[in-house]
Design a protein. Structure first.
Length: 334
C-alpha cells in the first residue's frame, strides 16, 4: 500500500511516498480503508525533527493521527459487525498517512451518514482540543477571549466555541485582512495582527464601524488560548486581566522562551495563571462523548476545510502548513 514516511527530519521535502505491506489488524484492532486523513500541527512538529531529540520519533516514521473511512477487517476479540461501517479513528502518534490504517477499536467512532470523511477529520481532534482547552481555562460566559493563531485547524473551532459559549469579546490574531474577514463570520469580534495590535481588516462599506470595533478591542483578556507559543508568548501573558488564564495548546513558532519565568513577577501581582494543555490528559470516555456531539452537529461547530489533496501530495500539504497560508484543515485522500 502507499504511505508517506519522513525520510529526513526538517523541511517538508524530507517526506516521500513509500510502499509498505498492507497491515493486518491485531487483537483489539480494526483495519480501515482510508477515505480522508487529517493533517495537523503535531504532524508538522514531528516532521520538523523538534521532538526527535527526546527519542520519541525516528526517521522513517509515518505521521498522521486521525483518519476516516470504512472498516474492512477486524482483529481477534473485535465484533465482526464493525466490518463495512464508516468510522473516524485515532491512530495514535503516527500511522495515519496511509491507504489502510489500523486503530484500536476503543479509538474508533461510527460516523453519521450525513457527515463526510473530510469533515470528520476536521472536527474529530481539533474540535475536541478546542472544547477542552476552553474548559481547562475555566472559561465562563461573559468573559473576554483572545485566540492567538486563530486561522488554523485548532484556532477556528476555538473561536466558534468561545463565541457560541457567550464570550463578551472574541479577539483573534491573524496575518491578513482576508483571514480577519473570514474569522469575523465565524464569531470573532475583534481582529488583531500577529503582535496583538488592533488593526482595520475591512474593505467593505462597514469598514469604518468595524475599524472602530477593533480600536475598542480589550486591552486585557480573561482567557487567552495560545496556539503559537514561541519567543513572543510573554507579551501575551502581559495582556491577561487580573485572574486571567493563558492556556498554550500548540507551538507553531516553537517552544516558549527560556526566560519565560522572568515574566512571572507580573503574574503574581495580577494572580494570572499559565498552563499547557494536551487532549491526551482527557479521559477517553470524555473525549468520546464530546466527539459524538460534534459529529452529530450539537456543538455549534462548522468544519472549515482549506484544501483536499491527494495522499501523494503530503509534501505540498506540509508546505502550506509551514507557510501559514492554510485557513482551516488540510485533508489528504488516498
Amino acid at each position: 500500500m502507499k504511505a508517506i514516511a519522513i525520510q529526513e527530519f526538517g523541511r517538508p521535502e524530507g517526506m516521500a511516498v513509500v510502499d509498505l505491506p498492507a497491515p493486518v489488524p491485531a487483537a483489539g484492532q480494526v483495519l480501515i480503508a482510508s477515505e480522508a486523513i487529517g493533517v495537523g500541527g503535531v504532524d508538522a512538529l514531528i516532521r520538523s525533527g523538534a521532538l526527535a531529540s527526546f527519542g520519541l520519533f525516528q526517521e522513517g516514521h509515518v505521521p498522521g493521527s486521525e483518519v476516516a473511512g470504512t472498516v474492512t477487517a477486524v482483529g481477534a476479540g473485535v465484533d465482526a459487525s464493525w466490518v463495512g461501517r464508516r468510522v473516524w479513528a485515532f491512530t495514535g502518534t503516527g500511522g495515519g498517512y496511509v491507504e489502510q490504517a489500523v486503530a484500536s477499536v476503543d479509538a474508533v467512532l461510527p460516523l453519521p451518514a450525513e457527515l463526510s470523511a473530510a469533515d470528520a477529520v476536521t472536527l474529530g481532534t481539533s474540535g475536541v482540543v478546542a472544547h477542552f482547552a476552553l474548559r481547562h481555562a475555566h472559561f465562563a460566559p461573559g468573559e473576554s477571549v483572545l485566540v492567538r493563531g486563530a486561522a488554523g485547524s485548532l484556532g477556528i473551532p476555538t473561536v466558534q466555541l468561545a463565541a457560541s459559549g457567550g464570550a463578551s469579546a472574541v479577539a483573534v490574531t491573524t496575518s491578513s485582512a482576508e483571514r480577519g474577514e473570514r474569522l469575523r463570520k465565524l464569531g470573532a469580534t475583534h481582529v488583531l495582527d500577529r503582535s496583538g495590535t488592533s488593526t482595520d481588516t475591512d474593505t467593505d462599506a462597514d469598514a469604518d464601524a468595524d475599524a472602530d470595533a477593533d480600536a475598542d478591542a480589550p486591552e486585557g483578556y480573561d482567557v487567552i488560548i495560545d496556539i503559537i507559543a514561541g519567543p513572543d508568548m510573554p507579551t501575551f501573558l502581559d495582556r491577561l486581566n487580573p485572574n486571567g488564564r493563558l492556556v498554550a495548546i500548540g507551538m507553531v513558532a516553537g517552544p516558549p522562551p527560556a526566560d519565560l519565568a522572568a515574566h512571572m513577577t507580573a503574574a503574581y501581582r495580577k494572580s494570572m495563571s499559565f498552563a499547557t494543555f494536551s487532549a491526551d490528559t482527557v479521559p477517553e470516555a470524555a473525549q468520546r462523548a464530546v466527539r459524538t456531539e460534534l459529529f452529530a452537529g450539537e456543538l455549534s461547530l462548522d468544519p472549515v476545510v482549506h484544501a483536499v489533496l491527494p495522499l501523494e501530495e503530503a509534501v505540498r500539504a506540509h508546505q502550506l502548513m509551514d507557510s501559514g497560508e492554510a485557513f482551516g484543515r488540510i485533508v489528504l485522500v488516498p
